[in-house]
Design a protein around this ligand. Sequence first.
Ligand code: ZN
Length: 148
Amino acid sequence: MSELQELYQQLIIDHGRHPRNFSKLACANHSKEGYNPLCGDRLTVYVWEEAGLIKDMSFTGSGCAISMASASLMTGALKGKNLSEVKKLFDGFHALMTGGKEVPENNLGKLIALAGVAEYPMRVKCATLSWHTLMAAMDDSDELVSTE
Ligand code: ZN
């Protein structure tokens, strides 16, 4: 394993064990529950959005280290971003996870630490659950998000 991969793995383990922004957001005006039946990951994403800007976001729930680390990194990455930046990061992260050759050169920041997950198709849904849940939260859809 390269030094960089080791660093990424440590970041995932750290965020998996000690997720950031792990709380219910009292002032949230969007929230959504998502479920990944393949692994049993279940989380709720909370967003406080004002005039197209993510003022704050958080999540609660339980799941495997990858689902927790991904939600932790996502909430950290998206705070303070506007919705078009969020969509760009979503597209970039999705491309990273599906092994798409054209990962846009937008700055994925720490999210890149999850790149290795793309090699394990069973775990990709763990990593993308929080993102799909977020997108549904922003759409204010009534459906339970499931990765199936
Ligand atoms: Zn999982």
